[in-house]
Design a protein around this ligand. Structure first.
Ligand SMILES: CC(=O)N[C@H](C=O)[C@@H](O)[C@H](O)[C@H](O)COP(=O)(O)O
Length: 229
């Protein structure tokens, strides 16, 4: 049976509100405003990064919040350890997303051990996978949600221009009992419509909605003068 929090996400758009270190919008209040704006536009859930952002956003929106803590840039860095995950829970996240690759984790625990412990503590876990093999591992570990988040970022899958439909379809077909979230490089409303048609439980859109610097470059690159800059 699907948990009621995950049921609330079914068929909907989750907006990822993240600003990266050193960026002008990197402030918990700013991200909470961004999250509120996304909910007004129809987001059924928010994904966000960092303990301060999770707690600020939880104070401002009623929809489920998927929390992560990114620590570092290499290897396993999305909620890499049990400690990071527990902190996200304490900050108020309704669902914790974890790196669900088969790579070694900084605290020496396996993904399955991490999930088992967090389940004992009452957490709901979204598995950020980078490949079919990761998805199998994540499902065997009892993840509550599996996602395509890390496709194209771990060396196992090509970084496609848009979402990784092949991985999404594989997950949907092979794990019909597990909610599958499509995340990563959904850049247009058409992309979103297609991933939902492919059977995604829900979809996460980040950059195309909440990262104005990148969106500006998409436009700027189309200026007649772009090649001369
Ligand atoms: C690989 C990685 O670190 N992904 C992160 C996960 O939280 C975010 O940087 C992405 O913005 C998010 O997954 C949404 O994807 P997109 O921004 O492409 O819509």
């Amino acid at each position: 049976m699907v948990h009621e929090v995950i049921e609330k996400l079914r068929g909907g758009l989750i907006v990822s509100c993240q600003a990266y270190p050193g960026e002008p919008l990197r402030h918990p209040e700013t991200m909470a405003q961004m999250a509120q704006a996304a909910v007004i536009g129809g987001a059924v859930g928010i994904r966000c990064q960092g303990l301060a952002d999770i707690s600020a956003i939880k104070g401002q929106v009623d929809v489920p919040v998927i929390g992560i803590w990114k620590d570092g840039h290499e290897g396993v860095f999305i909620t890499p350890t049990l400690r990071h995950a527990r902190c996200c829970m304490a900050a108020g996240a309704d669902i914790i997303a974890l790196d669900a690759t088969r790579r070694p984790r900084p605290d020496g625990l396996t993904y399955a051990q991490t999930v088992a412990q967090l389940h004992e503590e009452g957490a709901l876990i979204m598995a950020d996978c980078g490949s079919m093999e990761d998805a199998h591992m994540a499902v065997e570990a009892g993840s509550d949600i599996i996602s395509t988040t890390l496709s194209g970022y771990t060396g196992e899958r090509e970084k496609t221009n848009g979402p990784d439909f092949e991985l999404l379809e594989y997950m949907v077909q092979n794990f019909p009992e597990v909610p599958v979230i499509c995340e990563g490089r959904i850049h247009t409303p058409d992309d979103l419509a297609r991933v939902m048609e492919a059977g995604a439980w829900a979809a996460v859109v980040g950059t195309a909605i909440t990262h104005p610097t990148t969106i500006t470059t998409w436009f700027a690159q189309r200026l007649p003068s772009a090649g001369m800059r």
